[in-house]
Design a protein around this ligand. Structure first.
Ligand SMILES: [Zn+2]
Length: 266
């Protein structure tokens, strides 16, 4: 039997406070043996690492960082905290810096602050030699410009990271792929009106695709409207199998291998 990796699930969120272990048990029963919890701010990153430490043997790992929505909460103290936490857990519970990036759709933090905080965390990832989990919503030009800027003076890893829940065009995807990034695909590819993300999936090399639920958000069909859960990851995989015209098992194996390479998992 093939296993799956959910590369993006916010299981440290309030939504799972009451039944975290039950959610984990159901994920294991569905074949999901590793789940990456991305951090969205300092307290949330701490929570992710706490859970990863406690449930590491059960496949929980973490990324730490400040989301563009929360960029206004970033400070020199937070930067120092993130660095120390990563140094303590790098190579085991902490596998990436994220989620970081820019969100011009909601603009919950001022754009100049988002850009500065993104730049600083990219540099932190360089310092720590960790991949990044990038959140880019309607901000691709600036996201790529900042990546290029940091790449020019620091150099990026061969596999610099993933554009999580990639929502751009095929043209943009090609640029992102050229920089060596992987693309994350989520529940929306199962929606009846899905088009753009499926076009991107069709042109994305199979060895650059990772799957994620983004739990508790973006619940795939046929559970849309309810809380999302890592156990639903194979529903996203099934849609990929249709596009690739292959078995579900092939999708599980390929995307698991991709996630292992991206996050240096054993
Ligand atoms: Zn997320």
């Amino acid at each position: 039997m093939a296993f799956w990796i959910d590369t993006h699930a916010h299981l440290q969120s309030e939504s799972y406070a009451a039944d975290f272990e039950d959610v984990l048990t159901k994920a294991h029963a569905a074949g999901i043996n590793t789940i990456l919890l991305p951090g969205t701010d300092w307290p949330d990153s701490q929570l992710a690492v706490e859970l990863a430490t406690r449930y590491f043997e059960h496949g929980i790992i973490a990324a730490i960082g400040v989301h563009p929505h929360d960029a206004k909460t970033f400070s020199p103290q937070v930067a120092m905290n993130l660095r120390e936490l990563a140094l303590q857990h790098r190579g085991r519970e902490v596998v990436a810096i994220g989620e970081i990036g820019l969100d011009y759709h909601y603009d919950f933090s001022p754009r100049d602050i988002q850009k500065q905080v993104f730049r600083e965390q990219l540099e932190l990832a360089c310092d720590l030699d960790l991949p990044v989990v990038i959140h880019d919503r309607e901000a691709t030009a600036d996201t790529l410009a900042i990546i290029a800027e940091v790449a020019a003076h620091r150099g990026l890893r061969d596999i610099p990271g993933v554009f999580h829940c990639f929502s751009g065009s095929v043209e943009t995807a090609k640029i992102v792929l050229k920089h060596g990034f992987y693309l994350g695909f989520d529940g929306p590819i199962t929606f009846k009106n899905a088009k753009k993300a499926l076009d991107v999936l069709a042109v994305c090399p199979r060895d650059r695709v990772v799957l994620e639920t983004d739990s508790p958000y973006l619940t795939p069909e046929p559970h849309r409207g309810h809380r999302n859960s890592p156990a639903y990851l194979p529903l996203i995989g099934a849609r990929v199998a249709e596009v690739w015209d292959c078995s579900l098992e092939t999708v599980a194996k390929q995307t698991t291998r991709n996630a292992q390479q991206l996050f240096l998992l054993k």
